[in-house]
Design a binder for this molecule. Structure first.
Ligand code: GTP
Ligand code: MG
Length: 454
């Protein structure tokens, strides 16, 4: 999408549902004249159809006279549509050849294929939503757990926009104050008190949002957790317990799992990519050697390693050593599980969580320990507004740095024009977050990550 010479009125169309056989497919169009262009293609009068009221009709090719499908169609007149401009949505049977025929007809009739995110981009330029909401649209679509989806939904409803606007209002008020002092420098009017309290408030608020990014990222992108340990300790049994299904082969033969397996799970709403791996031992053949090499590779990339021990037998030297290390090597964190606790009368070694993959004992404690590790470096976020876009986080940091500069300038007794300039930076960054000031390359990058049809 080229935003420089962008024509926001030309007519676009795209399939909004996946390109796959389905019960119903939704085709979306937007642009001036959409209703008039589509009307001759159906056996009903779309031009006089009430806005946002659905119509059941037949779609036909006016050239050949061929009936293409029985459809439901709904016109949206500006500004009462998702994009804020005239739009038509069309619900047809989800047959791929059928959908292709309909799209071909639309492209012959004066629509062009929409780019990814183009409908949302139009909603943004028509003032239907600011950039924090526009970004939330794609975040909702790509969210992997219910919790991630509701955090993104909060942003769509504008919680983040409201907070940013609150900072903006406050900074604008300060800018006005500085402007008065610039206009009347000679103490003709008594100088108003410096807005130190407001500055502190903006600083804390920005800091809170910046910190929330880590939480947002966890919910949006998820974390990688890897089950590792010696052969036969019960890694695959635990993997299946997390998944609540028998995905990985479990047997009392050592070296059952030869290659890693992976699956998405939800850990109390946190999306987790969980890996089961080949047991670590001196390999017996080249296939197992490759399996163990892959296991080590997967372990390297883990955010959290669940190191599994077998509670029914003695620990190996290597396991003892591992337990003794309070700080595991590698970038990830570690949780040690003492599995098969049901078979042992002994107590779990210090630092290990007693669990049984067979009885389920200790599993809740294991989940709690994982959650604690995941959020270990994040502050507790009370507010509903959580940032999970890197773009927003970087702009928040720029605004924060600007506020700190203003504060320092005040403490150092610098002249008001310096304060005003620093404050201008703050306002600029905040404006970019919501899209009030937006450069075309930001828009280009942002909307290109969207789904086509959204
Ligand atoms: N009693 C008991 N048996 C368990 C438990 N966990 C696993 N087992 C048994 O231990 C054996 C090995 O389990 P797996 O889950 O295949 O072990 P693994 O670590 O994946 O083994 P490899 O893939 O060979 O590395 C199986 O016979 C399981 O039924 C447990 O908590 N209690
Ligand atoms: Mg296994």
């Amino acid at each position: 999408m080229n935003h420089e010479n962008y024509d926001p009125d030309d007519r676009i169309a795209a399939l909004a549902t996946p390109w796959a056989e389905s019960a119903i497919a939704v085709i979306r169009t937007s642009g001036q004249g959409s209703i008039e262009v589509l009307s001759p293609l159906i056996k009903a009068d779309l031009v006089n159809q009430e806005s946002r009221k659905m119509l059941y009709t037949t779609l036909k090719d006016p050239q050949s006279g061929e009936s293409l499908d029985e459809i439901m169609i709904v016109p949206f007149r500006a500004p009462g549509s998702y994009t804020g401009q005239e739009s038509v949505e069309l619900y047809c049977h989800g047959s791929l050849p059928g959908v292709q025929k309909i799209l071909n007809l639309l492209f012959r009739s004066g629509f062009r294929q929409a780019s990814p995110g183009e409908f949302t981009f139009r909603a943004f330029i028509h003032g239907k939503m600011d950039l924090t909401r526009a970004e939330a649209v794609q975040e909702i679509i790509s969210s992997k757990t219910g919790k991630a989806q509701s955090l993104a939904l909060n942003r769509l409803s504008g919680v983040l926009e409201k907070r940013i606007n609150h900072f903006k209002d406050s900074a604008t008020g300060m800018a006005a104050l500085f402007a008065i002092q610039l206009d009347y420098p000679d103490d003709e009017v008594e100088s108003p008190p410096l807005p130190l309290k407001e500055i502190e408030e903006i600083k804390n608020g920005l800091k809170e949002l910046i910190d929330s990014y880590r939480v947002g990222k966890i919910y949006q992108e998820g974390v990688v957790i890897v089950l590792a340990g010696r052969t036969n300790v019960g890694k695959s049994s635990l993997f299946n317990l997390f998944l609540k299904e028998d995905r990985s082969i479990v047997s009392d033969v050592h070296g059952t799992t030869r290659d890693y397996l992976e699956s998405w799970i939800s850990l109390g709403g946190i999306p987790v990519r969980l890996y089961d791996t080949a047991g670590l031992r001196k390999f017996e053949d080249s296939v197992e050697e490759e399996g163990i090499r892959r296991t080590r590779e997967v372990m390297e990339n883990a955010h959290i390693l669940i190191y599994v021990l077998d509670g029914s037998i003695d620990l190996s030297e290597e396991e003892e050593e591992m337990l003794a290390q309070s700080h595991p090597e590698g970038k990830g964190k570690r949780v040690v599980v003492w599995n098969k606790a049901d078979l042992s009368q002994n107590r779990a070694p210090a630092g290990a969580i007693p669990v049984s993959a067979v009885t389920g004992q200790g599993f809740t404690e294991l989940e709690d320990a994982l959650r604690l590790q995941i959020f270990a470096d994040t502050s507790q976020i009370g507010a509903e507004a959580v940032v999970d876009s890197l773009r927003q986080k970087e702009l928040l940091e720029r605004a924060f740095a600007g506020v700190v500069k203003v504060e320092e300038a005040i403490h150092n007794g610098l002249p008001v024009d310096v304060l005003a300039m620093d404050l201008h930076d703050v306002l600029q960054a905040l404006g970019e977050i919501t899209g009030e000031v937006s450069s075309s390359d930001i828009l280009e990058r942002m909307f290109s990550n969207f789904c086509v049809g959204k």
